[in-house]
Design a binder for this molecule. Sequence first.
Ligand code: CTP
Ligand code: MG
Length: 381
Amino acid sequence: MSGHVAAIIAAAGSGVRFGADIPKALIQLGNRTLIEHAVAAISPAVDQVIVTAPASHLSQFQSLLGDAVTVVVGGQTRSESVRAGLAAVSSDTQYVLIHDAARALATTDLTSRVLSALKNGEVAVIPGVPQVDTVKSVDANGYVTITPNRADLSNIQTPQGFELSALKKAHASNGEGTDDAALVESAGFKVLVIAGEECAIKITTPADLATAYNFLGANKEFLTGVGVDSHAFEVGRELWLGCINWPGEIGVAGHSDGDVAAHAICDSLFAATGLGDLGSNFGVDRPEYAGASGAKLLAETLSIITSAGFAISNVSVQVIGNRPKLAGRRKEAITALSAALNGAPVSLLATTTDGLGLTGEGKGIAAIASALVFKVSTNDR
Ligand code: CTP
Ligand code: MG
């Protein structure tokens, strides 16, 4: 026997329950997409990686994943997609792992443990974690038919590992199942459950993505940064602060829209990541940023730090000035700032300075921000 291992990552779903306008596997989690996370975690343990993609996005998947990964068009259902993947498995394969892109944070260690159980002679090996809720079977009229003993129940995850010959037999009659083990069980094979992982949750909804984001942030190297900005009032300009417009307020002088809250946050992010500052990234020598909105600069800053492998944990900003009075529109500004940072948590405070200094004398407005970021490395997940 060759011992060769192929992995098929099912990623051809559209993610209806997630509700994005792109396939779920292309959703960003930290510094890369769900499918990139899944491929990065499984690749070190296998000889061949096959990804099933939606026909509409085939070339996007291929260019994202590179030539070392075989990308094939998936089917109408997950089981059909797995069969499309099976058709691309190389002929010397002995073991096959079936994984879901939706379980983006399953680790290389989990893959290795599934494989070693297979290499110890098991035909089918699947990860599972204990069931915490009580589960009931309910009939069409809403009445409970049975309550299985919770202690006997396990929540099943992927990657699921099989002897290729057994999986092929299980799929031979083109059956449908919500996982592959269900078909392998029906074909009469013994399926072993090993310990799964808390972080291998299936990302189905945006709330799951937030949970996954927390797992991604766990045990990370965190870095903080501080940013400050101030602008003098200039009669005749409109005021932008916290990515929202303030009709009736005096605006400020500046190369851009003068949004001190947005600028302070940008600088805090550059400070935390060591990637320069506002001036070096968007300064007067970059005419394309003349008059740029705070939201645009935040989005550009996010893109710069994301490309360098950083993700935002949170940012907080305090505006210093006599006016405008922030309290009534604080929520609105927080929402706008957060939206510009792709949903990162933002807090916004305001203070005056007891009549002292530039802001106290009512000559201008300032802001101080701090950011907490973490480095998303390829192996440390
Ligand atoms: N999948 C697939 N082919 C399909 C359907 C699903 O390859 N025809 C993949 C999905 O891309 C996902 C995995 O199977 O990685 C598990 O499916 P699920 O989490 O249900 O994802 P979606 O089907 O995309 O989501 P939804 O059911 O909400 O539409
Ligand atoms: Mg589905």
